[in-house]
Design a protein around this ligand. Structure first.
Ligand SMILES: *Cc1c(COP(=O)(O)O)cnc(C)c1O
Length: 375
């Protein structure tokens, strides 16, 4: 251990190059096939991927779109929600969650998090619901599903729809149900850095609701079912064949990658026992897919992060500013102190490399450096 930890290594948060090297030939021939066909938009590969993702998530339908952001946006649009409507969500998320709500014409209403899971605190949802509330939008942050029993109970009681922001938790489960399959729609991102990443932007909506699936299919292609006949004003949000072909290849490996992420997390959890930090909390009945391995480090987060970065280990905080304190949401009227658990978590959260490509030597180096910091 001492010799290893004394040689400086470089460990990125995500090693996409190693992942690519392992399947280069397969990806190359999938891309070549599209190039030979010279057919690029909404072709058979998109349908094949939709079928495969619907099966993977345990839903009846899946609709490929341009990005995870558009999956959220089109879900809202397909529910005829917009001006004057409110959507309750978490401020502890990537900006796209709030951005999609705003761009659909609705108003994001934030609700504080459960400090153990970083996800929306379902006990606090009802206090945020008004006569204008139409949707609950839980985010399955870092690869751990939100308390979906609590979300669905609140939705049922208040007569609300549920859109799951499942950008970070593809394949995660809760009481045997797969992320994205519980709400009215589940929104997946295939951004390159996500657990199942395309080679560009791509996303998908999964749902069991046939009418919603059909409407999103129409909305993604300019509001038309039949070419040049437009029953509604839509958008251009198509998933292209190249990305679909790449994702079909990568989907075969997803369960294996997830297993390796979970093994890496188990390793860190056991090695970090006794240190003054909190390893990720996984409640009973959940499986975590570790899009991020995010620890809470009271008081010393920033100094740990710079120590790790100085030692070649990429460590970051997702996300440094909560949505309610972002300049762009100023007019919503929140201020510092509005969501104490979110703000505290943002001061303490740090993510370290966890992806499937990590070698044992790299993990040992990360552990050695974390221990050295606290020694
Ligand atoms: C990545 C992400 C999105 C947006 O997905 P894109 O495919 O990048 O548009 C939305 N919500 C969350 C929580 C994300 O992490």
């Amino acid at each position: 251990m001492t010799t290893k930890s004394s040689t400086k290594m470089h460990i990125p948060l995500l090693d996409l190059k190693s992942q690519y090297r392992a399947m280069k030939a397969e990806i190359g021939s999938a891309i070549q096939k599209i190039l030979d066909s010279q057919s690029f938009i909404l072709g058979p590969e998109v349908q094949e991927l939709e079928t495969a993702i619907a099966r993977f998530c345990g839903t009846k339908y899946a609709v490929g779109v341009t990005s995870g952001t558009d999956a959220l946006f089109l879900s809202i649009k397909a529910m005829d929600i917009g001006q004057g409507d409110e959507i309750v969500t978490t401020p502890f998320t990537f900006i796209a969650t709030g951005g999609a709500i705003h761009n659909a014409g609705a108003k994001p209403v934030f609700c504080d998090i459960d400090p153990r899971t970083f996800n929306i605190d379902t006990k606090k949802i009802k206090a945020k619901v008004t006569k204008n509330t139409k949707v609950l939008m839980p985010v399955h942050l870092y690869g751990l599903m939100a308390d979906m029993d609590g979300v669905m109970a609140a939705a049922k009681e208040c007569g609300l729809k549920v859109i799951e922001d499942n950008a970070q938790a593809i394949g995660a489960t809760y009481k045997g149900k797969v992320a994205g399959s519980i709400g009215d729609t589940g929104c997946i991102s295939f951004f390159p850095g996500k657990n199942l990443g395309a080679y560009g932007d791509a996303g998908m909506v999964v749902t069991n609701d046939e009418a919603l699936a059909q409407k999103i299919k129409v909305l993604r292609v300019h509001g038309s079912k039949v070419r040049y006949i437009h029953e509604m004003i839509g958008f251009n949000s198509r998933l292209d064949n190249l990305q679909a072909a790449i994702l079909i290849v990568k989907l075969k490996y997803l369960n294996d990658w997830t297993k390796r992420r979970q093994e890496n997390a188990d390793y860190y959890n056991s090695q970090f026992k006794g240190l003054p930090l909190q390893t990720p909390f996984v409640p009973e009945g959940y499986t975590h897919v570790y899009h991020q391995y995010t620890m809470r480090v009271p008081n010393k987060r920033d100094s740990l992060m710079s120590f790790l970065n100085n030692n070649g280990i990429e460590a970051r905080t997702y996300y440094p500013i909560p949505l309610h304190l972002q300049e762009c949401f100023k007019e919503l009227g929140y201020k510092k102190g509005s969501f104490p658990e979110t703000e505290k978590a943002m001061d303490e959260a740090v993510s370290i490399p966890i992806d499937a490509e990590l070698t044992l030597e790299q993990k040992e180096y990360v552990v050695a450096k974390v221990k050295e910091f606290f020694a």
